[in-house]
Ligand binder design. Structure first.
Ligand code: C5P
Length: 403
């Protein structure tokens, strides 16, 4: 799946050591289906060559407004007319200052002033430069002028210092650009998601768990942020990175047991939509041993199980959330080995929820692909086999229509 298919992106590069990451950024944008046209400032060419960027993008690189090979010598106008967005990465303090004042003394700044498409900047600079009142003023002005800032992040800097000013990683910039282009039906909505498995300790080294990679729940979290929501993700033990973390639109609570997941979920149930995607263990161990249980020949220990709380059912029972609004719109998930439609619908009614999503087919665990059967109060709908992220986007659009 290519999330930037047919999008034409002008990739502006200004002078900063992070410019070396542009090669990777261009490659990722192209992988997602975008056409990339690079424009470089003079300073940028001290860090990366136009030849490198030309070879990666397959397009000539523009570096000057005085290029007589461009018809009418109007590159600054013609380039942006054909573009869906201008993305500048890295955006130096100097470039941000110029753009915030409307200065246009080279091709890239002139292009930005003459543009009729969105402008996104990924700032990259030393932390003192970022913290400087002048740069902060530039940033505020640019935001007021509808320019989107991606980052910067905090972290280790090329100069050896640590702090804010680090450019987001190319993959983060790409994912935020993708998010920028998605429809925003969940703006102003709060979405809660449980994802991954839970783990019920038997003793400090053993436990029982369910099969779940967390991929579907994390894909829904990403799609919800893309759609404009504020997301809280309650994740069982899994290795996945928090999607779109750098947007500041997503928070994550890591939990281990079903009980912990129940507590974390109920604390955040003051939301508009709740997706219960986690594969919650049905039973926990009544009294997990404090020390490792020693093996006694071929004798198996007698473990006492207790039923775990049903998180989804409890959320669905909420009459009002803390703000006095009606309970969240609850969406459950079902993985069945037989007769998916009937079992899932029975589950939907038993749990008192308006919608349940059935995983079709046995091969969804850990895979990037899935097929879904949506069963809701008004009928059913099938989402054909696709990447989990694509299905998550379809599901978000479908649910956004119901609330
Ligand atoms: O009852 P069952 O586990 O088959 O139902 C699956 C749905 O219920 C999923 O949405 C799952 O996240 C949710 N669930 C839950 N708490 C449990 C068990 C399941 O939230 N203890």
């Amino acid at each position: 799946m290519q999330s930037l298919l047919n999008k034409k992106i002008i990739l502006g590069i200004s002078g900063g050591i992070a410019a070396y990451k542009c090669a990777e950024l261009a490659r990722l944008l192209i992988q997602e289906g975008a056409g990339v046209q690079v424009v470089m400032t003079e300073a940028a060419q001290q860090f990366v060559t136009p030849v490198t960027m030309q070879a990666l993008t397959g397009n000539p690189v523009y570096t000057s407004q005085w290029d007589s090979s461009v018809a009418n010598n109007m590159a600054h106008i013609e380039l942006s007319r054909a573009a869906d967005a201008i993305l500048i990465a890295p955006a130096s303090a100097d470039l941000m200052a110029k753009l915030s004042l409307g200065l246009a003394d080279d091709l890239l700044t002139t292009l930005c002033l003459a543009r009729d498409c969105p402008l996104l900047l990924a700032p990259a600079m030393n932390k003192q430069m970022w913290d400087h009142a002048a740069t902060q003023r530039s940033a505020q002005r640019l935001i007021k002028d509808q320019v989107t800032l991606l980052g910067p992040a905090s972290g280790f800097q090329a100069c050896g210092e640590v702090g804010f000013g680090r450019m987001l990683e190319p993959i983060q910039i790409t994912e935020q650009l993708i998010a920028f282009f998605q429809k925003k039906p969940l703006t102003g909505k709060r979405v809660l998601i449980t994802a991954g498995p839970t783990f019920e300790a038997i003793d400090p080294v053993r436990g029982i768990t369910n099969l779940s990679s967390g991929k579907m729940g994390f894909a829904i979290a990403r799609a919800a942020v893309e759609a404009g929501a504020e997301v809280h993700l309650v994740a069982g033990p899994c290795e996945l990175a928090t999607p779109l973390e750098a947007t500041g639109k997503i928070t994550r609570t890591n939990v281990v047991s079903a009980k912990e997941m129940h507590t974390a979920t109920m604390q955040s149930a003051d939301c508009d939509i709740f997706f219960a995607v986690a594969a919650v263990a049905d039973w926990g161990i009544a009294k997990p041993a404090k020390e490792k249980i020693k093996r006694q020949g071929r004798l198996a220990p007698n473990l006492e199980f207790i039923a775990n709380p049903d998180i989804l059912m409890d959320a669905a029972k909420l009459v009002q959330n803390k703000s006095g609004k009606l309970r969240p719109y609850c969406v459950g998930f079902a993985a069945e080995s037989t007769d998916l439609a009937n079992h899932a619908d029975e589950k939907r009614k038993r749990k008192g929820i308006p919608m349940i999503v059935g995983n079709i087919g046995p091969d969804t665990f850990g895979s990037d692909l899935n097929q879904l059967l949506i069963i809701h109060e008004g009928g059913t709908k099938k989402f054909a086999k696709a990447q989990k992220l694509e299905l998550a986007r379809q599901l978000i659009a479908f649910v956004a229509n119901k609330i």
